[in-house]
Design a protein around this ligand. Structure first.
Ligand SMILES: *Cc1c(COP(=O)(O)O)cnc(C)c1O
Length: 377
């Protein structure tokens, strides 16, 4: 089976993990955790990194630290992986779902502006939704497939409405906008190291930030909020969201490989575009200007989505449709979904991702392309 986006364990993973096993430092204490946090901070150009058990936990804690409370709203795109919206719900808040741009597949910033302009009110420095008077706490953009929206525009909108920005950067490790890495634009950025991401620790996450206070609080909350180094004194309800040393060791080895992975992802993108450009109605995700994406998951858009998915999966070439838009899931069907012509649904019915693991061979990509082309003959 040719995997959609599988792990590539080809560096010092065995060596570093073995060291943990040999010394017994396998659990929540050990030097690889802070090493991994520091490397993530350095790579993303942020001052601090706090490791978490996964990307969902990172989002959960980042929202909590932004002051998201019961019945608050968090603005998020309607096209994302479920974890983004679940993290909002874990804080007892609700999403305001904004439709996405048909070309970049990121949150539509014109719609966002329109919503804020027409549907919100400011009182004592806080923003409220006029429909029900509930507070809007922050914006949670998602860098879908490792691409981004017009971040400068997003930040200007956020500033105008006095809203914090938390980045769901779980798919965008290796993505730079105007020379600056994603995750550092908002007050906090969240990364994931799940098995299908550009680097993996099996499961894991990191929160990056330039704010020392937020970093300290994130560490505290993710490690059971223990307030005394010796006695079991805890000063609030904390979480066991830490990343264990064995997995952090794997993360250090994977981060060493990241530049080569980004390079390979870019080659894969170029290869497929050359093979598939001009085939039927196939279109590709538009890359935002002045962006160096990580080309994480190669995705095409076509009316023949079902046929392409079938022929690839029938031939052991793992391919997947896009996420079901959040407003179409039963848990979020009652939430505000701000849109004009439901681009989310349009994209959902036409997009599919095809095998693009960093260790895929050129011949394998050529066979995938050939199978896809056969659908249009
Ligand atoms: C992977 C992913 C997450 C969650 O990360 P986990 O590490 O799997 O918890 C959140 N949001 C998006 C958009 C993702 O792709």
């Amino acid at each position: 089976m040719l995997l959609l986006s599988g792990p590539n364990i080809s560096g010092n993973e065995w060596k570093y993990v073995k060291e943990c096993l040999d010394t017994g430092w396998v659990s929540s204490v050990g030097s690889y955790v802070s090493k991994f946090e520091n490397m993530m901070a350095e790579y993303t150009g942020c001052k601090y990194g706090v490791a978490t058990s996964n990307g969902t936990a990172a989002l959960h804690i980042a929202l909590l630290l932004t002051g998201v409370k019961r019945d608050d709203y968090v603005i998020a795109p309607n096209v994302t992986f479920i974890a983004t919206i679940n993290a909002i719900k874990y804080n007892n808040a609700d999403p305001i779902l904004i439709d996405v741009d048909e070309e970049t597949w990121q949150m539509d910033l014109d719609l966002l502006e329109e919503f804020l302009e027409n549907e919100t009110d400011e009182k004592n420095g806080e923003l409220f939704c006029v429909r029900d008077g509930r507070a809007i706490r922050c914006i949670l953009p998602v860098h879908v497939l490792g691409n981004v929206c017009d971040i400068d525009k997003l930040l200007a909108i956020a500033k105008k409405y006095n809203l914090k920005v938390i980045e769901d950067a779980t798919e965008s490790l290796g993505t730079f906008y105007k020379g600056k890495h994603t995750g550092g634009f908002g007050s906090m950025g969240c990364f994931s190291f799940n098995g299908n991401k550009i680097i993996t620790t099996g499961g894991g996450g990191v929160i990056v930030t330039n704010d020392e206070d937020l970093a300290k609080k994130a560490k505290h909350l993710t490690t059971q909020a223990k307030s005394d180094p010796f006695e079991y004194k805890h000063d609030e309800i904390g979480y066991n969201f830490r990343l264990v040393n064995v997995l952090a060791a794997m993360g250090v080895a994977q981060l060493e490989l990241l530049p080569s992975f980004v390079k390979r992802k870019k080659e894969i993108d170029t290869f497929y575009k050359k093979e598939l450009n001009g085939t039927g109605d196939i279109r590709f995700q538009k890359v935002q200007e002045e962006t160096d994406p990580n080309y994480w998951l190669f995705t095409i858009m076509t009316e023949k989505q079902k046929e392409v998915l079938k022929i690839l999966n029938d031939n052991e070439m793992q391919s997947r449709p896009f996420w079901v838009p959040m407003n179409q899931l039963p848990m979020f069907a009652q939430n505000i979904y701000f849109n004009h012509n439901d681009c989310s649904d349009y994209i959902y019915k036409r997009c599919l991702s095809i095998p693009c693991s960093t260790n895929i061979r050129d011949e394998e990509m050529a066979s995938v392309s050939e199978k896809i082309r056969s659908v249009y003959q």
